[in-house]
Design a binder for this molecule. Structure first.
Ligand code: C2E
Ligand code: MG
Ligand code: MG
Length: 681
């Protein structure tokens, strides 16, 4: 029982008494004595009982309180004991930690000793490396400006280590003036963290005055703000590498034969000059001149490649002399040269230059023991009038050069707008030609050849015709040169030969007597190594009788690619194919060559036949050609015969065959067959 319980019971008792006592007083007042006595007895008993309980409660209460105190004491003791245990445990773990730390400290101490040793060895090694290194090692303290540089510096620059190595002085006197700006820029960019490594290439002037190329690289130690406090690195002497690089640059940018800049370098320089003018906005003109030697191929073929090379060197010297060193002259390939230079408003300086060159080429050039004549055709385009960019200027100068060449060589020609139209027409033709074969736009026309004795049809010349969907009929004189330049003449020529041989087979099957079929060959076909083999195969394939084939080669083509021509002519002879020399009289007309070459027929050019009635010298020349040709066993055909008078004259001169509008224009396949029907063959 607790104090609270006893208190409660006492409170109940007092409450009880406070009810019973007034009740008893009331009973006593109202005279209910017996009830009063009974209630008094009960109350006394109750008081006694309560007193006993109270006494006992106090006794028990005291005992319980002691038990409680003892329990609390015991609990406190247990707590203290736990705390002690915990402290003990903590103490022992601290002790263990202490022991471990001591162990660690010992091992760290040993480690430190080892590191110190390693550092010493490393420092030693670094010192040796710095001393023995091929590079110069340097270190710059950015805080106090102190500068260390290794001994190797002396062997590269010849400056002794004691000499003033103040960085500013070095920059001022040793670094090449052209490289100083770049040197400082590289450094600034690295310090501003724009580059991850500091590197710079520059030239330094050695004590002897000689310049050496140096490659400098380094790295910085930075503080917590990222500011460089120490910069260290190495300097490498790269002079030899630079020399090799420069040599390679020279090889890549200069023509080995003439030592002139090559096309790549010239175009770069031209582009830079154009850019400068455009940027500055100043009204300036540039002339781009395209020069092509007129007879170089012939000289090369006749006098040999070595001689040709010597000639190119001399020509390069002449051009450079006329143009002047401050302007740009380049050999862009073979016998082609390109020049660009500032041009006066009226182009008078360019005209003077072209005239000077012409005069220079009027004199024979002495190479070895031989004298040789050469000349150049020059095409000129002007920036900005004829083009704003390099490619257009070059293309237009090239076009003007062709115009110069076609108007008689040894000429110069300025680009004009009508040539621009010509260029556009050319590109349209080229585009159309690329699809002409697959679109079946090509046809073969046949022009009869007549035997003078008896005026009988003895053959046909096969002539290409092109009826383009876009351009209409295009003359072979216009499209064949383009087909040659684009090499489209190879597939077109093969198609023509195959078509003609197949047609010839058809005619033979129909029972017509055999006749000669003449086919024109272009220079590209002749230079094509596979051409002879192609002809052999196609003869087999179409069952063509080779002795009726007559390939026409112009004498210019023959002479300009003499080496391949002779090989091919021999192959034709082996195959029993005849060869005619077309347009004879317009080129070299050398009988000396003719007599030794496997050529069967000479075809006198229309330009002689035209005036045979009017001009006695043309008549004499034609007569002379026929007589000489017969002497060396060659047959003669006259082409472009248009009048009866010409026919009778040629008859008298004993010309073998005649071809021309007088008899017939070139006709279609069907019309040619009609002719076969009504001729006696
Ligand atoms: P070419 O081989 O000298 O051909 C003769 C040219 O003269 C032909 O012109 C022909 O039509 C023309 N002609 C013939 N007789 C007369 C005449 O009496 N008066 C006039 N005014 N002209 C006459 P075409 O067909 O226009 O051919 C021109 C040139 O085109 C040919 O000259 C030839 O060099 C070339 N050519 C034509 N077809 C071919 C071919 O299939 N292959 C190659 N590589 N060139 C061809
Ligand atoms: Mg011909
Ligand atoms: Mg001809």
């Amino acid at each position: 029982m607790r104090k609270r319980d006893i208190k409660q019971k006492l409170q109940i008792y007092v409450l009880f008494q406070s009810i019973v006592f007034p009740l008893m007083l009331l009973l006593f007042q109202i005279g209910k004595k017996s009830i009063f006595i009974h209630v008094s007895y009960i109350s006394i008993v109750l008081i006694l009982v309560i007193l006993i309980i109270f006494y006992l409660s106090i006794k028990i209460l005291g005992k319980n309180e002691r038990i409680d105190e003892l329990t609390t004491l015991k609990n406190e003791l247990t707590n203290e004991e736990n705390k002690l245990q915990k402290s003990y445990e903590e103490l022992s773990s601290v002790y263990e930690e202490l022991a471990a730390t001591e162990e660690e400290l010992r091992s760290q101490f040993e480690e430190l000793q080892k590191s110190e040793e390693a550092l010493r060895v490393s420092e030693e090694r670094y010192k040796l490396a710095v001393e023995a290194a091929n590079d110069v090692i340097w270190e710059l303290n950015m805080k106090n400006g102190s500068f260390f540089i290794s001994e190797r510096w002396k062997s590269i620059t010849e400056y002794s280590m004691n000499e003033d190595l103040n960085l500013k002085e070095i920059l001022k006197y040793i670094i090449h003036p052209e490289d100083r700006k770049m040197f400082l820029q590289d450094l600034k960019r690295y310090l501003n963290k724009e580059t991850i490594l500091y590197q710079s290439t520059f030239r330094i002037k050695c004590k002897s005055g000689q310049y050496k190329w140096i490659y400098n690289r380094g790295k910085a130690q930075r503080n917590y703000e990222g500011k460089a406090i120490m910069l260290s690195g190495s300097l490498t002497d790269i002079t030899e590498r630079k020399i090799i690089e420069e040599k390679m640059m020279h090889l890549a940018s200069y023509d080995q034969l003439t030592n002139l800049p090559n096309k790549g370098l010239l175009l770069k320089e031209l582009q830079e000059s154009i850019d400068n003018i455009l940027e500055s906005g100043i009204d300036k003109n540039i002339a781009v001149m395209f020069l092509d030697l007129d007879n170089f191929k012939k000289i090369n073929d006749i006098l040999g490649h070595n001689y040709g090379d010597q000639l190119l060197k001399v020509v390069a010297g002449i051009i450079e002399l006329c143009v002047g060193e401050t302007n740009y002259t380049s050999r862009i390939g073979g016998d082609e040269f390109l020049v660009f230079l500032p041009c006066d408003e009226d182009c008078s300086n360019i005209i003077n230059l072209c005239e000077t060159m012409r005069r220079m080429f009027n004199n024979p050039l002495e190479i070895g023991n031989k004298h040789v004549y050469t000349s150049a055709s020059i095409g000129i385009s002007i920036f900005p009038k004829d083009g704003m960019d390099v490619n257009t200027l070059l293309k237009n100068a090239d076009t003007a050069m062709y115009r110069a060449k076609n108007s008689g060589k040894n000429k110069y020609c300025f680009f004009t707008n009508d040539m621009r139209e010509e260029v556009m027409r050319r590109s349209e033709i080229e585009k159309g030609l690329r699809t002409a074969l697959e679109n079946n736009e090509l046809q073969v026309y046949y022009q009869p050849q007549i035997n003078v004795n008896g005026r009988k049809l003895v053959g046909f010349e096969a002539l290409l015709r092109w009826n383009s969907k876009e351009l209409g009929w295009v003359s072979p004189a216009e499209f064949i040169p383009i087909a040659e330049e684009t090499w489209l003449i190879i597939p077109i020529g093969e198609w023509l030969i195959k078509t003609v041989f197949t047609q010839y087979g058809e005619w033979m099957k129909k029972g017509y007597s055999p006749f000669t079929i003449a086919i024109n060959l272009s220079v590209i076909q002749i230079q094509n190594k596979d051409f002879g083999e192609f002809v052999r195969k196609i003869i087999l394939e179409t069952n063509m009788v080779s002795k009726y084939i007559e390939f026409e080669i112009t004498e210019t083509i023959l002479m300009e690619s003499l080496e391949c021509s002779i090989e091919l002519l021999n192959k034709f002879r082996e195959l029993d194919i005849k060869v005619a020399l077309d347009d004879f009289g317009t080129g070299y007309s050398s009988f000396n060559y003719l007599k030794n070459l496997p050529i069967n027929t000479i075809k006198i050019d229309k330009s002689f036949i035209d005036n045979i009635n009017l001009n006695s010298s043309d008549k004499d020349i034609t007569h002379g050609i026929i007589t000489l040709a017969h002497k060396i066993n060659k047959e003669v055909i006259a082409e472009g015969v248009e009048e009866e008078g010409q026919v009778s004259l040629l008859e008298n001169m004993q010309c073998d065959r005649i071809q021309g509008y007088y008899f017939s224009k070139p006709v279609s396949l069907e019309a040619a067959e009609e002719m076969l029907k009504y001729s006696n063959i």
